[in-house]
Design a protein around this ligand. Structure first.
Ligand code: ZN
Length: 74
């Protein structure tokens, strides 16, 4: 589910759903997905076929560490 193009890997799709649940915006790939945080100053690429099996989990962990998640709306 989601407004973005479905990720070809189940783990990748799950990660994008988590980004969505956290209020991040997801841009579809030509080469990779791009996720943007609610405050607009954090962004990250999400690759389609990363070599690292923990890549998607690590991307989520990275997002949760970004300070904007805990700040009030500006
Ligand atoms: Zn941010």
């Amino acid at each position: 589910m989601g407004y973005w193009k479905r990720h070809q890997k189940p783990d990748g799709q799950k990660a994008l759903e988590e980004f969505d649940a956290m209020g991040w915006k997801i841009e579809d790939p030509p080469k990779y997905y791009r996720v943007k945080c609610p405050c607009g100053s954090h962004a990250r690429s999400i690759h389609l076929t990363p070599g690292n099996p923990r890549y998607f989990q690590e991307s989520i962990r990275w997002a949760k560490r970004q300070r904007c998640m805990k700040e009030e709306d500006r």
